[in-house]
Design a binder for this molecule. Structure first.
Ligand code: NAI
Ligand code: MG
Length: 357
């Protein structure tokens, strides 16, 4: 079976890091272990430059037919003066909404060799490996009504609505449990059920779905406590499932426990197997075009693509093992460089992973 993979390099360092990630896929196809058909299209600022829209119809048509999408990053200072609907970041929101990508998987892994990159004590973070499953298309970011209104006394009031339907909670809960089943069978659902009705329903539905996964040890935690526990003893967590807003904040905090933005991948999934895979970092305009960006977050995004959309966990594990081997060999891009290591550029890092594979 040939998998259709849509490649969206985007802006800034996007094309540089995506090129290295594609090399990894090419290793497997050259081995005869994988059959993929790669197509390339524009998203973000480059799409605006070439086609007048950050998410053009031509890209949409390819995205809807793809089995998986690999994205670099979008954005750059040259687009900051555009009207909001034309800005690169809108392209990202549009493709997520268009494909119904409601589940965002964000691992936070601290590689042994990079333990000193964290601002926390080594013993607190060594071996950290958690997965945050964030709901991405509902909750307070999308709930109606929303706006800014004028009250009777003339004062203005901003308001948003935190809404989740039973089916929205059920499908993200299921992703949480399925993810836990693929890992260590422990799931922590994070909410604020002591204060918010929407979270009361969240907790009830998560419990209900949990009955289908008797092997998974389910716990609940209030979000304020979860924030504290993430910085106090993050290794107590394995998989966390949470709503859009709480997940936004907690996943960035968890990512920074590892201290290396250039190392972290992400997956955004819908109810079919198609997913969008991208590094968590942006287009890094400050280093774009210099050949020094770290491609490992994008290469690790390919590992997630292989695991979640192509159902090839054995290939995903090979990619992850190759990255660890490369780090153990002592080569580093500038963002993760420490004394005593050998500093290399984007292409050399990609080549090192290919060699390790
Ligand atoms: P950023 O993540 O692009 O960069 C933050 C810092 O980390 C910079 O110093 C950058 O050089 C460094 N960095 C990021 N990725 C790196 C890598 N792979 N290797 C080495 N160093 C790396 O965030 P920033 O500067 O806030 O945003 C820049 C642009 O990216 C903006 O236009 C923003 O809107 C966009 N952005 C896009 C995202 C996406 O496409 N998903 C996510 C976040 C920001
Ligand atoms: Mg965020």
């Amino acid at each position: 079976m040939t998998h259709k993979i849509l490649v969206l390099p985007g802006d800034g360092i996007g094309p540089e890091i995506v090129a290295e990630a594609v090399k990894v896929l090419n290793v497997f196809t050259a081995e005869g272990n994988l059959s993929v058909a790669l197509e390339y299209a524009n998203i973000g600022g480059i799409a605006y430059d070439k086609e007048g829209q950050p998410y053009p119809d031509s890209t949409r048509a390819l995205a809807q037919k793809a089995d998986a999408i690999l994205l670099g990053a979008v954005g750059g200072p040259q687009y900051d003066t555009l009207d909001r609907p034309l800005r690169p970041e809108r392209g990202l929101l549009a493709i997520r909404a268009d494909l119904g990508l409601f589940a965002n998987l964000r691992p936070a892994i601290l590689y042994e060799e990079l333990a000193s990159a964290s601002t926390l004590k080594p013993e607190v973070v060594a071996g950290l490996d958690i997965m945050i499953v964030r709901e991405l298309t509902g909750g307070i970011y999308f709930g109606q009504p929303r706006g800014i209104r004028v009250l009777e006394n003339g004062e203005r009031q901003g308001f948003n609505s935190a809404t989740y339907t039973e089916s929205e909670i059920e499908r993200i809960a299921r992703v949480g449990f399925e993810t836990a089943m693929k890992r260590n069978k422990r799931l922590c659902s994070v909410d604020k059920a002591n204060v918010l009705e929407v979270c009361e329903l969240w907790r009830e539905i998560v419990e209900k779905v949990g009955k289908e996964y008797p092997e998974v040890e389910l716990s609940h935690m209030y979000v304020d406590n979860a924030a504290m526990q993430l910085v106090r003893a993050p290794k107590q967590f394995d998989v966390i499932v949470t709503s859009n807003l709480f997940g936004d904040v907690l996943s960035d905090a968890a990512a920074m426990l590892t201290g290396s933005i250039g190392m972290l991948p992400s997956a955004s999934l819908n109810s079919s197997a198609c997913g969008l895979y991208e590094p968590i970092h942006g287009s890094a305009p400050d280093i774009a075009g210099q050949g020094i960006a770290n491609p490992l977050a994008t290469i690790l995004s390919v590992a997630m693509l292989l695991r979640y959309s192509l159902n090839r966990p054995e290939l995903a594990e090979r990619v992850e093992a190759a990255v660890e081997k490369v780090l153990a060999s002592g080569v580093r891009t500038g963002d993760i460089y420490t004394e005593g290591c050998r500093k290399i550029g984007t292409v050399a890092m990609g080549d090192a992973v290919v060699a390790a594979l």
